[in-house]
Design a protein around this ligand. Structure first.
Ligand SMILES: [Zn+2]
Ligand SMILES: [Zn+2]
Length: 254
């Protein structure tokens, strides 16, 4: 991760993405084994995510450890650190047990890529990679069974009872409410000053994916009865804008 502001943006993106989902099956926390101390960012991500999702989310948390061949497919030193972090968490009784902990390694893929590039390995290395593949495969299957089986119930959005979630929903309502008020004002002026029955109707649509408008791009001016209304194009931003040359900071999400 690139500094605290990038981290803040990352968690904002995660939260705004998941708020469009009807339910969550699992919240996977990815960790590396054998850390000397836990990254401070992990703690703040974890707290913010749980504050957003509400404490009932605890049952759907899954811990995934990557690069675990060196620790014999176990959480290593990170295990006790994680346990300590969970104990000091505001939300209590977050399960951290064998059933919701999974350890993998992706070396077998690197081994395959190396093999196709004619890099040679001795018998011992070959055996190690085979073993790594078998263990990771077993753990992936166990993870999928855990996620899709009946041990884990999906966590529907209706249960995400938290102040942060309410805040997000209220923030999302600001623009539609203001647009509605603005249009009411136009129609009142129209009725009072022009004494006609020609009114402006709003037709809201549901966007299939999150879109933004750019404040630097010039909107199109279009006349509706007596009013000039500025129409903004919708832009798709992921990292950079796909529709204009301006930076992500010049865009606001709708
Ligand atoms: Zn632009
Ligand atoms: Zn743009």
């Amino acid at each position: 991760t690139r500094g605290l502001t990038q981290d803040d943006m990352n968690i904002e993106n995660i939260i705004s993405f998941i708020s469009n989902l009807p339910h969550l099956n699992a919240i996977c926390i990815l960790l590396k084994p054998n850390e000397a101390k836990l990254n401070i960012v992990l703690r703040s991500y974890f707290d913010r995510l749980l504050n957003f999702l509400g404490e009932a989310a605890r049952e759907n948390i899954v811990f995934c450890f990557t690069n675990t061949r060196s620790t014999f497919f176990s959480p290593g030193n990170t295990g006790p650190l994680l346990k300590k972090m969970l104990e000091s968490c505001r939300i209590k009784n977050i399960p951290y047990k064998k059933a919701n902990t999974f350890c993998f390694d992706s070396e077998a893929f690197r081994y395959l890529v190396a093999l196709t590039n004619q890099i040679e390995f001795d018998e011992y290395q070959k055996k190690e990679y085979q073993q790594s593949w078998t263990s990771s495969f077993k753990e992936s299957t166990r993870l999928l069974q855990y996620l899709c089986g009946n041990q884990l119930e999906p966590y529907p959005q209706i249960k995400w009872k938290s102040i942060e979630h309410a805040q997000l929903i209220i923030n999302q309502m600001i623009r539609p409410i203001l647009e509605t008020i603005r249009n009411l004002c136009r129609n009142i002026i129209q009725l009072e000053q022009h004494r006609t029955n020609q009114l402006i109707n709003l037709f809201p649509i549901v966007l299939p994916q999150p879109r933004t408008i750019c404040y630097k791009c010039k909107p199109i001016r279009k006349r509706y009865i007596e009013f000039l209304i500025l129409l903004h194009d919708l832009h798709t931003v992921s990292g950079s804008c796909k529709d204009c040359i301006h930076s992500q900071q010049d865009h606001v999400e709708l």
